[in-house]
Design a protein around this ligand. Structure first.
Ligand code: 13P
Ligand code: SF4
Length: 346
């Protein structure tokens, strides 16, 4: 039963003590997040992993690319464990190394040495390594603006992987027009539509988050008509149209902060993953919080980390087995770390 699993998890955690560190992303289930030593958005979790050089076991409650980042940033004596190997990210899967190399060669032919690559942390270690090798950096949803400014200070153009929406939303906020952005289609190895290539500043990889794409402009229109006093707060993985029509957009941490500092009786409609929206609802009964899509939008892969898998991961450590370890190959880790360190240094 859940009660048995919960008490077993508490007992195991207590016995492992300082040997165990549990980072948990804001999209994790309540059942799991209750055991997290630190919770955070992607940037915070990268930072806490970099800061914890002590615990030999890191049971990462989040998705695969986050566990890879933790492995890259921690010491060799530390092992990062993902409680369920199926906890991937469909967005990260939208860019692979071969596609990226083909795109880069094509773009270098077109634009010469005027491009720098940036990748959202929601990408594989291989993509981060590619970006690191070519002078670029990673970005998260909470530092994307700063990182684009950093990149534009060096080169005229950015190849932004793999989330077109975060790339477009952030560049637009910096005053770049939609006409100055093109989409790279990695399936057909080409730039979409006939743009004036001379004015291109952003080359957006054609990737997206299948969870955040479920928040649509018709949800916003419906809300504006029926509940005009409800503030709309979305994650920048939502489309440009949705992000523009919303009142506020920002990372998971930004979303939490807005609700935490709001007055009693505030009304919100939130466009992000279901577990976070539900947690905000239960932590803030003094406010009225709904999901922008009434059907609620779960990230199925984040939700693969559930109580049984979490307890099983602790049981395995307890039995002396290193199961589901996420280990990034040294040659990849070295270059991926360059890209992550550049971000952490900006
Ligand atoms: P942040 O926590 O950085 O806002 O990212 C959200 C996300 O989609 C993680 O997969
Ligand atoms: Fe990936 Fe979207 Fe899930 Fe985040 S919410 S892990 S971007 S699929």
């Amino acid at each position: 039963s859940d009660e048995e699993l919960i008490s077993r998890a508490y007992e195991r955690k207590h016995l492992l003590g300082e040997d165990l560190f549990v980072p948990g992303h804001h999209y994790q289930k309540d059942d799991v997040i209750r055991f997290a030593d630190e919770t955070g958005d992607s940037l915070q979790l990268a930072q806490v992993s970099a800061n914890n050089q002590r615990a030999p076991f890191i049971v990462f409650c989040g998705v695969h690319f986050m566990a890879e980042t933790a492995d890259i940033l921690t010491s060799p004596h530390q092992s990062v464990i993902l409680p369920d190997m199926r906890a991937g990210c469909s967005m990260a899967d939208m860019a692979d190394k071969d596609q990226t190399e083909r795109a880069w060669n094509h773009l270098i032919d077109l634009f010469g040495d005027t491009i720098i690559p940036l990748t959202y942390v929601n990408s594989s270690a291989e993509i981060k390594a590619f970006v690191g090798r070519h002078g670029g950096a990673t970005v998260t949803s909470s530092n994307a603006k700063k990182m684009l400014q950093w990149a534009f200070a060096q080169k005229k153009r950015i190849l932004f992987l793999p989330d077109q929406h975060l790339g477009r939303n952030t560049a637009y906020d910096l005053g770049i027009s939609l006409e100055e952005m093109v989409v790279w289609d990695p399936i057909h190895d080409r730039i979409e539509q006939g743009a004036d290539l001379n004015q291109v500043k952003m080359i957006l990889w054609k990737g997206h988050c299948s969870v955040h794409e479920n928040f649509r402009i018709d949800h916003i229109r419906h809300l504006r008509e029926n509940e005009p006093d409800r503030k709309i707060l979305v994650h920048p993985e939502c489309t440009w149209e949705v992000t523009q029509a919303a009142d506020l957009a920002g990372s998971t941490r930004f979303i939490i902060e807005q609700v935490e500092k709001a007055a009693i009786g505030s009304k919100w409609s939130i466009g992000t993953e279901m577990n976070l929206v539900k947690r905000l609802q239960s932590n803030h009964p003094e406010q009225s919080i709904t999901s922008l899509n009434p059907e609620m939008c779960p990230c199925l892969t984040m939700n693969r980390i559930d109580l049984p898998h979490f307890v099983w991961a602790l049981d395995e450590i307890f039995a002396g087995r290193l199961t589901n370890q996420i280990k990034v190959e040294e040659s990849i880790a070295k270059h991926a770390k360059l890209a992550i360190d550049r971000m952490l240094g900006v």
